[in-house]
Design a protein around this ligand. Structure first.
Ligand code: DAS
Length: 360
């Protein structure tokens, strides 16, 4: 970010978090799209001890009004106001936080004086939040989730341009009805496909089927559109969701024992378990009986894969039809958990769940 912002951020990081930001507008933004920035924390609101701390810093330090004030260029593309919904590092977000954020996005999307919404967010679980919003917020207005890999105090910080791009896309007429986006590193991704695949570079986010497009100097270049159901096409509506069923994830690896599955199976309220299997979502022969026992208790079993690309095929190494299991298709384990939670608000029938995993 700019040196003035870096100074502000360094100063800000020395103080405790300010109270929720008041609305901020930028004078030169008159007659431009009206964008609300909902801030949740993360590195994009982070601060390091010096400009050379690009990897060691504290996330979730800088309030949204300082982020906006430090980026006056936002006024070129939008009339911006900010709200501090929370201030946390995203690895610590809870289902309650996710619901709070999604309900706020839904409420704002209904307002005539809101043309688009940007959510600043930690990068660690950004893909989960973006997918959840894609599944449940019924709006055709652009909603963009954005983060950064370096804090604003660092040399060659990426947050400023990421945020500028996000606000630009959120105010774009050609971004309507395409679902929830993630803009990072000049790319526009669908919240469904994108995942954080690199944990130490600014080019951290990838979609195995490719980005939807790019944003360069405030102009969007589209190359494909989502075909999976989202937002207004979704049968799931955040306005009808007040709680999320419990879904946990278990990892597959050499020498995996059933004890981990048995332990998770005792958790109160568990409705499904996502298995992050090896290869094509394969499950160790020692673990299969434990999952079958859970299925026998009415807990759904969803086979995903620890392999970052490709998709899990039904009835490949595991007889899913026989076991009454569900496959996560191309969704990684963390996204499979998000979809499972949303789907379980409507059905616990594995055949219905499988339909939902094909369609979303
Ligand atoms: N801890 C990380 C998070 O909040 C920091 C980041 O990369 O945004 O997701």
């Amino acid at each position: 970010m700019r040196s003035v912002l870096a100074a502000m951020v360094l100063a800000a990081s020395a103080t405790t978090f300010d109270p929720p930001a008041v609305a901020q507008t930028t004078a030169q933004a008159a007659n431009k799209p009206r964008i609300v920035i909902l801030a949740t924390g993360g590195t994009i609101a982070g601060a390091g001890a010096s400009s050379v701390n690009s990897a060691s810093y504290s996330a979730a330090k800088v309030a949204v009004d300082k982020l906006i004030a430090g980026l006056p260029e936002l006024g070129r593309v939008a009339e911006v106001r900010g709200e501090q919904v929370m201030q946390v590092a995203s690895e610590s977000l809870s289902n309650e936080d996710l619901l709070k954020l999604a309900h706020r996005v839904s409420d704002l999307s209904k307002r005539a004086d809101v043309d688009g919404i940007v959510i600043t967010h930690g990068t660690d679980t950004l893909e989960e939040t973006a997918y959840f919003l894609n599944l449940t917020v019924h709006t055709d207005k652009p909603v963009v989730v954005v983060g950064s890999m370096r804090p604003g105090t660092a040399l060659s910080a990426d947050g400023a341009l990421n945020l500028y791009d996000a606000v630009s896309v959120a105010g774009s007429a050609d971004a309507k009805s395409k679902g929830v986006f993630v803009t990072m590193n000049d790319e526009i991704h669908t919240g469904r496909d994108v995942s954080k695949l690199v944990n130490i570079k600014t080019e951290a986010f990838k979609s195995q089927w490719g980005p939807l497009g790019m944003v360069v100097e405030g102009k969007n270049y589209w190359f494909r559109a989502p075909i999976k159901r989202h937002t207004t096409q979704s049968e799931f509506d955040i306005d009808q969701i007040q709680n999320l069923p419990r879904v946990e994830i278990v990892y597959g690896y050499e020498n995996a024992q059933r004890a981990v599955v048995d332990a998770i199976g005792t958790q109160p309220g568990l409705q499904a378990i996502v298995h992050a299997g090896t290869g094509n979502g394969s499950v160790a022969n020692r673990v299969v009986p434990a999952l079958q026992e859970l299925r026998g208790k009415g807990i759904n079993v969803i086979r995903s894969a620890r392999v970052p690309a490709g998709f899990v095929v039904r009835n490949a190494e595991q007889p899913d039809d026989k076991y009454d299991w569900v496959v996560a298709h191309d969704l990684n384990p963390q996204k499979a958990r998000i979809l499972a939670m949303v789907a379980l608000t409507k059905t616990r029938n594995p055949k219905e769940l499988q339909r939902i995993f094909w369609e979303y």
